[in-house]
Ligand binder design. Structure first.
Ligand code: GLA
Length: 732
């Protein structure tokens, strides 16, 4: 049974195929965390809790004079602030009298098949045959706050999703000062923390550090999950590598301010907490009202970081992404941004589209600059009507012409923003986030709309819908090009101002959901100055995301490698762009640019009217090749083979189809060595007993040989030289 309650021992146990998570209701109704890790059949796991007299520990009053009972040694499942657990808390409720101590105790629970939706929030989903859910109610009898912890164990994935809901059952308003989504206590601290840091054009770089006493955390206070830190952290054994060892992954399904913190305490244990960043967060909960915290997806693997990632990939592909495009090959697109920036007209766009159609490209995407008075980034945002100076025949005529070329049409929006020089700002100067009496900070010359306001959302829905229904538009790139400042909503009273950050994100989700309901076949691609909001929250609406504004293939190798710690290639927007590259001025062979873009949704972003005949032919072949290989790439399991963050010279990864009959290995030489060392790479994930033919050389070997002995990498010259190996199993 995936979820059980052992009544005699009062132990809750959740099982996935290879993992177990356990909790126990102990004395006085405290809910203690017992275990998370590899499968354990027993439920009688209460022995794991240590009782010990710890100096300077405080004992709950009911336990007095038992000095061996304290939260120094008893790990609370959902720790609260102010009642003698001095480590990071998940919950802090402020009462009408201003006090903040919070203490929740077991009230009851429910177990059922399936998975509930989270009110207004993105989350993984599962049918009754796919998952089982446990809800545990904990009550703070003094404040009247009731917390419901919600756990879903997936039957086919080693993942557990959890979130919580806080309800106010009192007659007075309560203030939630802190509501984190998850806490996991580890019985020791000999672990590494792995996280993905970055900046604009260099997102999701892998960083690994040894846990140390005190708190180590990553967070965002930018109003978006951010370029700087992804809402993901892994806790891995010191010897854990790609293939072996324990790895716990925690991924927050949320796109706003977040905190992921690991604290190593005085008794050398470690506690991880994750959720909405408590800084500048307070949520007023009126009598009877409830607040839902976003979901944390927890994955445990004994097959190293690679095993962890593959579980995230499968889960997010199947149980997070939605819509008709979820399992379909996405259209191979050409985007005009790097080709034209703001300076284009219908003629120019059609010239690119015509060339693209001849190469086999399937969709033309018109990027920034088609609306309002948008000739630079100084004006126009918010005015979502067609700029007929540029598109003289109007939008429909352009779309029809693109469709007539046999291509779909996609369009760019940046709904959350407003330019000072726009009709919208002149009409509604109070619609942006701002604080009266303070300056309105500009970033990329723009301000941020107050997405917590229903009138703003309604305006955006109407103006975007009008555009989307005016022509056959099948794709939207939803961009967001700055972070939030002066965060305040004019419609909220003083004691609700700190709700604005979260209400903003709920507004973004609401608008995306409304648009998808109105245009159910629309393919959304997320974007925030590249990958500044590449998180599971967004993937619930947009099954693909523009991974980075950096399209340099070598930079992309690292960005996509880091991104693959959590996110499947089917979600990574990746394009072949011009050479030398616009961001780095580096030159990389077209072949390599193609291979790297193929490890994503694949497309082009350059002026196709300016390419040579030779390049055209190569692109035609690339498109053909991607069509042939996309199955193993998109639906296969990814194995990371050579880590460019560790190995200065090379990066390699591979995909293996689920039935293990096909594999694709991609190798990129990051830096050339004039006297190249011999390189051989051991493959992973094949069936050892199957025989595979490497398509280029014709060599036939067992999966066992390819994995144990490896594959020789040919001598390659030039930074960014690359090769691939395509392996097909022989029919028996
Ligand atoms: C952001 C995006 C780019 C492009 C520009 C347009 O930077 O990441 O791909 O759409 O905005 O202004």
């Amino acid at each position: 049974m995936p979820v059980v309650f052992d009544e005699a021992n009062r132990v809750f146990k959740l099982d996935t195929p290879n993992t177990t998570y356990a909790m126990q209701v102990i004395r006085q109704g405290c809910l203690a965390h017992l275990y998370y890790g590899a499968s354990v059949e027993d439920t009688d796991l209460g022995y794991l809790i240590c009782h010990r007299n710890v100096s300077f520990a405080a004992n709950p009053q009911e336990e007095f004079p038992d000095r061996t009972f304290s939260f120094e040694t008893v790990p609370l499942e959902y720790p609260c602030f102010g009642i003698s657990d001095y480590k990071s808390a998940c919950l802090c409720v402020q009462m009408p009298d201003g006090t903040t101590a919070t203490d929740v105790r077991y009230q009851g629970h429910r177990i059922y098949a399936g998975k509930p939706k989270l009110q207004g929030l993105p989350a993984t989903y599962a049918g009754e045959e796919e998952a089982d859910t446990l809800e545990i109610d904990l009550k703070d009898s003094v404040s009247g706050a009731v917390v419901t912890l919600i756990y879903t164990a997936f039957r086919f994935h080693d993942a557990i999703a959890r979130s919580c809901r806080v309800q106010n059952t009192s007659q007075d308003s309560l203030y939630l000062r802190r509501v984190l989504s998850a806490c996991v206590d580890f019985d020791h601290h000999r672990y590494d923390m792995v996280n993905l840091y970055g900046k604009w054009a260099r997102e999701r770089q892998v960083e690994r550090r040894r846990l140390a006493h005190g708190k180590q955390s990553i967070e965002s206070l930018r109003g978006a999950s951010s370029h700087q830190h992804n809402p993901f952290v892994a806790i891995a054994g010191p010897n854990t590598d790609e293939m072996n060892g324990e790895a716990y992954g925690f991924s927050l399904v949320y796109s706003g301010n977040f905190l992921a913190e690991v604290e190593v305490g005085q008794l050398d244990t470690a506690r991880l907490v994750m959720g909405i960043n408590p800084t500048d967060f307070t949520w007023k909960l009126g009598p009877g009202e409830a607040f839902t915290a976003p979901e944390v997806v927890m994955v445990y693997s004994q097959e190293g970081l690679g095993g962890m990632s593959r579980t995230f990939h499968r889960l997010y592909r199947n149980n997070l992404c939605r819509g008709p495009w979820k399992h379909k090959r996405r259209p191979i697109l050409v985007n005009n941004w790097e080709a034209t920036y703001f300076s284009f007209n219908e003629e120019k766009l059609l010239a690119i589209a015509q060339q693209a159609a001849q190469l086999g490209v399937e969709m033309f995407v018109m990027d920034d600059g088609w609306f309002g008075k948008r000739d630079s980034d100084k004006s126009g945002l918010g005015d979502w009507f067609v700029n007929e100076q540029k598109l003289r025949g109007g939008l429909k005529s352009l779309v029809d012409k693109v469709n007539a070329l046999g291509m779909k049409f996609g369009i760019w929006f940046e709904p959350e923003m407003i330019s000072e020089d726009s009709d919208l700002y002149r009409a509604h100067p109070d619609w942006c986030l701002h604080i009266p009496g303070r300056g309105r900070s500009l970033s990329r010359n723009q301000m941020v709309l107050d997405m917590s306001r229903q009138d703003v959302l309604d305006y955006l829905f109407q103006s975007m819908s009008a555009i989307l229904s005016s022509a056959n538009i099948e794709y939207v790139k939803w961009d967001m090009n700055r972070n939030l400042t002066e965060v305040s909503s004019r419609l909220l009273p003083a004691d609700r101002q700190q709700e604005t950050w979260h209400r903003y994100i709920l507004g973004v989700y609401q608008l995306m959901e409304r648009l998808l309901e109105a245009f159910p076949n629309l393919l959304l691609e997320g974007c925030a100055g590249g990958g500044g909001r590449f998180d599971p929250g967004l993937l619930y609406y947009a099954p693909q995301y523009w991974t980075s504004d950096d399209t340099d293939a070598l930079e992309r190798v690292k960005i996509q490698y880091g991104t693959s710690y959590v996110y499947p290639v089917s979600s990574m927007g990746a394009h072949v762009s011009v050479c030398p590259n616009e961001q780095t001025k580096r030159s990389v062979e077209l072949q390599t640019r193609g291979y790297v873009a193929m490890a994503g949704t694949f497309g082009y972003e350059l002026d196709l009217t300016k390419i040579t005949q030779e390049e055209k032919e190569m692109m035609r072949r690339q498109i053909q090749q991607f069509k042939e290989l996309h199955g193993v790439i998109t639906y296969g399991d990814q194995y990371r083979l050579v880590d460019p963050f560790q190995d200065a010279d090379m990066a390699a990864w591979m995909f293996v189809s689920e039935d293990k009959t096909e594999a694709l290995v991609q190798v990129v030489q990051m830096r050339t060595d004039p006297n190249p060392p011999l390189r051989r790479i051991r493959l992973q994930g094949l069936d050892p007993s199957k025989r595979y033919r490497e398509q280029d050389s014709g060599r036939i070997l067992s999966g066992q040989a390819w994995m144990n002995a490896g594959i020789n990498i040919p001598e390659m010259y030039g930074d960014g030289a690359a090769c691939i190996f395509h392996l097909l199993a022989l029919e028996l």
